[in-house]
Design a binder for this molecule. Structure first.
Ligand code: ADP
Length: 151
């Protein structure tokens, strides 16, 4: 049986911290589906979804076992439909832990087959957050050091 993991998130934008989690996840899983949670009806994204899909695909173009998709439904049901038994997530600090702990409990309640797997961030990426990158970019700061592609 292939071990398929979903790496769900907003990825607004996808950062070097996210890239690190995916690459390390490849040691654990046969296939990783980077799943951008997206609700077309009430999109409040900063970076357009199409741009992010293209950039992430470009980042992992040499990895056939990595796919990039969008979804607009419960993560637990989306995982089930895609035959994914694992949710891959990253942990930077205790704030992440508190949040991840709650959603992992809910996700497993919704889909009993689903295990959340957490990787502790690599120290060089621990301070990277999508929200800070959005702020820097909004005021025309240079964010290129934080992203695995050029924007
Ligand atoms: P969400 O909106 O679901 O929190 P994000 O795109 O912010 O989605 O993050 C997706 C996952 O990546 C989360 O598990 C988050 O904790 C993790 N993550 C975010 N930034 C980093 C980072 N710099 N290093 C490791 N993991 C990270």
């Amino acid at each position: 049986m292939k071990r398929v993991a979903l790496f769900p998130g907003s990825f607004d934008p996808f950062t070097k911290g996210h890239e690190d989690i995916v690459l390390r996840g490849l040691k654990l899983f046969d296939e990783i589906i980077i799943s951008i949670g997206y609700n077309s009806g009430k999109s409040q994204r900063y970076f357009p979804i199409e741009t992010m899909i293209t950039k992430i695909r470009e980042t992992f173009k040499s990895y056939p076992q990595i796919r990039v998709e969008t979804y607009a439904e419960l993560t637990a049901s989306y995982a089930q439909k895609n035959g994914a038994k694992y949710l891959l997530r990253g942990l930077r600090n205790t704030t992440d832990f508190e949040y991840e702990n709650s959603i992992a409990q809910v996700n497993r309640h919704l889909n009993n087959e689903l295990e959340s797997v957490f990787l502790i961030t690599s120290p060089q990426f621990a301070s990277i957050s999508s929200s800070i990158i959005r702020e820097v970019h909004r005021y025309r700061g240079d964010v290129s050091d934080f992203l695995p592609y050029t924007i």
